[in-house]
Every structure is written in C-alpha cells, then in structure tokens.
Design a protein around this ligand. Structure first.
Ligand code: CAA
Length: 248
C-alpha cells in the first residue's frame, strides 16, 4: 500500500490525537490542524508525539471560516502535494436546554461542527476526484442519531454531517473517493470530562459493553475506513458506541 497524506481537523484533540497516531504508525504523512491561537499547545503536542517516536505535522487554520480553510488547504498542497485522506474531526459542545440556549451557542456549534465540514471538504474534493482517489471520514456522534437532552445544537449539527456524507458519497462514488461517517458514543476525552459528574456516570452506567469508550476505539475504525482496500464502503454511518444505540 502506498504512503498517503492525511489531514485531520481537530487533530490535536482527544480523538484527533488517537487518529493521528494510528495513521502515522502505519506510515501515512499526517497533518493535524489546530486553531491559530493554539500554536503553542500544538507545538507541545507535536513534541510529545515526537518523543513517542511519531512524526506529525501541524497546521494552523480556523475550519469555521471558508476563507481560512481555503488558505490552509493551499498551504498544505504547496508543502505536501495533495491530500488523500481527510478526517473532519473538529468539534465543540455548548450544552444547554433549548429554552436557555442563546444564538451564539447555536451558531458556534453549527459552524464548528457542521459548516467546517463544508469549508474544508469543498477545497479538497476537486483534487481527490481529479486524481481518482480519496478517503473522507466525518466524525459525527451517537447523539446525532438519537438526540440528547441538552444538545439540540450539537445533535442537529451531527445529524447534518451524515446527510452531507450520503450526498457527497453519491457525487464522488465513481471517482474513487469514499465518504463515510463514524458516530462515536461517549468516549473518554476532555469533552465528556466536562459533563456534570452525575450525568456522565449515569450515562456510562447505561452503556451495554459496560465502559466508556477509548479514543483508540474510534481511531481503529478510522484506520479501517481510510485503507485503500475499503473502496466498497461509502455513504455509511459506522456506530462505535459500545451498543448504546443500535439500529438497522
Ligand atoms: N431527561 C429528562 N429530564 C432531564 C434530563 C434528561 N436526560 N436531564 C435533566 N433533566 C431534567 C432535570 O431533572 C430538571 O428537572 P426539574 O426542572 O423538574 O428539576 C431539568 O431537566 C433541568 O433542566 P435545566 O434546563 O435546568 O438543565 P440544566 O441547566 O440543569 O442542565 C444540561 C442541562 C447542561 C444540558 C445538562 O443536563 C447536561 O450537561 N447534560 C449532558 C448533556 C450531554 O450528554 N452532553 C454530552 C457531552 S459529550 C459529547 O457530546 C460527545 C458525544 O458525541 C457523545
């Protein structure tokens, strides 16, 4: 299998780190995108991976902005040639019941979680289809599939991601580009750590496999979906949730 170049948005976060490590460990050139004002943390992240024997590149870019995403992709293409694998992993929560949610909580979540997928993919898709190869994975959530008390904004964005996946999968199926969604359940990252303890504990207690997920559980699935050999899987939504939501 030839070496691929992978861009992971939100690459320095909890899930993103595990995904970057998995792709780098199998020999891919990995580029983790981080917010421009988080350069120092991203450099520390890169140094930490280096100590673990893993080479990862970092690039600043606000994926919530169409123009910033365009300039980030141009910079990557100038340095690395092209992008074979795109993992749209950048995401935030602003949990609150709808009656308390303000417009900013809505806009920020839709922008960072959903519009970012358009902003970045729009600048990558043409190159992939021209070259006849691409693997795009959008990281959604179990809560996009089933809803969650306190997450109208997040659940709407995450459900929207899979609509995007299915449409783009149809547009690019004959061009060697697969587009899939992975829907994680509750995973042990800073996002779930920020939840009120008693709510997290009661949700985790209801997970059929009996534990919270590990970032590696998601990274393994991304590794699989971004192989050359998985060219016949497209438009799928793969649940990785410990059995907390099952459907046909
Ligand atoms: N179902 C029904 N009722 C519920 C409820 C639930 N799940 N949770 C709380 N309530 C009730 C409370 O008992 C309370 O009732 P009373 O008013 O009768 O006392 C009422 O709803 C509380 O409503 P409030 O609007 O006052 O809620 P709050 O401000 O106290 O808290 C919240 C709201 C911040 C959203 C809090 O419920 C919360 O943090 N929930 C967790 C949301 C969650 O799961 N987030 C996931 C983060 S991780 C992630 O998103 C990653 C991923 O992809 C899985």
């Amino acid at each position: 299998m030839s070496k691929k170049t992978a861009l992971v948005t939100g690459g320095t976060g909890g899930l993103g780190t595990a995904i970057c490590k998995t792709l780098a460990n199998r020999g891919d050139v990995v580029i983790a995108c981080h917010l421009p004002h988080e350069l120092e943390q991203a450099s520390q992240w890169q140094a930490q991976l280096k100590q673990e024997g893993i080479d990862a590149n970092i690039i600043a870019g606000d994926v919530g902005s169409f123009d910033a995403a365009a300039s980030m992709i141009s910079t990557i293409e100038a340095e690395f040639g092209w992008i074979d694998i795109l993992v749209n992993c950048a995401g935030i929560t602003r949990d609150s019941t709808l009656r308390k949610m303000d417009e900013k909580d809505w806009d920020d979540v839709i922008n960072v979680n959903l519009s970012s997928v358009f902003n970045v993919t729009r600048h990558v898709i043409e190159g992939m289809t021209e070259r006849g190869y691409g693997r795009i994975v959008n990281i959604s959530s179990v809560n996009g599939q089933r809803g969650q008390f306190g997450q109208t904004n997040y659940s709407a964005a995450k459900a929207g991601m899979h609509g995007f996946t299915m449409s783009l999968a149809q547009e690019s199926a004959r061009k060697g580009v697969t587009v899939n969604t992975v829907s994680p359940g509750y995973i042990d990252t800073s996002m779930t750590a920020a939840m009120p303890d008693e709510i997290r504990t009661s949700i985790v207690a209801g997970i059929p496999v009996g534990r919270i997920g590990e970032p590696q559980d998601i990274a393994h699935t991304i590794g699989f979906l971004t192989l050359e050999q998985t060219s016949y899987i497209t438009g799928a939504n793969i649940p990785v949730n410990g059995g907390m939501f099952m459907s046909f």
